[in-house]
Design a protein around this ligand. Structure first.
Ligand SMILES: Nc1ncnc2c1ncn2[C@@H]1O[C@H](COP(=O)(O)OP(=O)(O)O)[C@@H](O)[C@H]1O
Ligand SMILES: [Mg+2]
Length: 249
């Protein structure tokens, strides 16, 4: 079942930059897709179209076959986006308030919000920090807080835009573990990252973007050998192949 689909998606900025051009991509429910590409290849601009934060110049996004633009509020709820530099997503005075922000905006009752917040913090293993100032969390914990904020909206799809940037080894492992668990619990995962050696074992599919277009799309073990020509470092591939490319073990 196709959950999210881009059709001839193009975005031209007012200064004339064509950031993405004629992107066709169909994402199936439950899929774990890694999107890689060199800096400026259009990954973030594409991600921002997936939940309606940016409007295409031409083409469209379909969510369960319906134009996403027709119901942006529903799209924002169902398709969660963890931003690049998610630290800037923090809005609450405490960890719990930060997670409550989304559901409160949906006019959920206070008791329901409390329940949702408790579940989301539990899911990312941050319950013990509920009353703490979010600025005091570590980098990895801040990313997990951003994940909790998205989980509180109960989305079907979660898009992670370079979630490992600036994290140390334990931070990367924390966030990656979270991602894999979300996938196991049925979420569709779109992970934007260059860090193929850390993540590819978990992916069903590898998509590579270059100059605003999709240039590779298929099984990780088939596409991996072609990435270098698009400015992505070819990771070391051992005897155990793509299946061993993870920082979880
Ligand atoms: N607001 C903007 N105005 C003009 N050009 C932009 C804007 N945002 C991004 N771009 C350009 O769009 C292209 C794709 O950017 P982006 O999606 O951020 O790349 P990536 O995330 O792959 O590094 C780049 O050339 C970038 O400079
Ligand atoms: Mg980006």
């Amino acid at each position: 079942m196709i959950i999210l689909q881009a059709e001839k998606l193009t975005h031209k900025f007012p200064d004339g930059t064509v950031a993405i051009k004629d992107i066709d991509l169909a994402i199936s429910e439950g899929e774990f897709i890694v999107i890689a590409g060199s800096n400026g290849s259009g990954k973030t601009v594409f991600a921002r179209h997936l939940n309606g934060l940016l409007k295409p110049t031409s083409g469209k996004i379909l969510f369960f076959g319906e134009a996403l633009a027709k119901n942006i509020i529903n799209a924002r709820k169902q398709i969660g986006l963890i931003f690049q530099n998610s630290d800037s997503q923090i809005v609450g005075q405490t960890v719990a308030e930060d997670v409550a922000f989304g559901p409160e905006n949906l006019k959920t009752s206070a008791s329901q919000v409390a329940k949702i917040v408790a579940e989301a913090l539990e899911a990312v293993d941050l319950s013990q920090y509920a009353k703490q100032n979010p600025q005091l969390l570590s980098g990895g914990q801040k990313r997990k807080l951003a994940v909790a904020g998205v989980l509180a909206m109960k989305p079907k799809v979660i898009v992670f835009d370079e979630p490992f940037t600036g994290l140390d080894y334990p931070g990367v492992r924390q966030v990656l573990k979270q991602l894999v668990e979300l996938h196991k619990s049925g979420h569709t995962i779109v992970l934007i990252t260059h860090e193929l050696e850390k993540t590819l074992a978990h992916a069903d599919r590898l998509v590579v973007m270059d100059k605003g277009r999709i240039v590779l799309d298929g099984l990780p073990e088939e596409q991996i050998y072609k990435v270098a020509q698009y400015g992505i470092r070819l990771p070391e591939i051992g005897e155990r192949g793509v299946g061993a490319m993870t920082w979880l073990s």
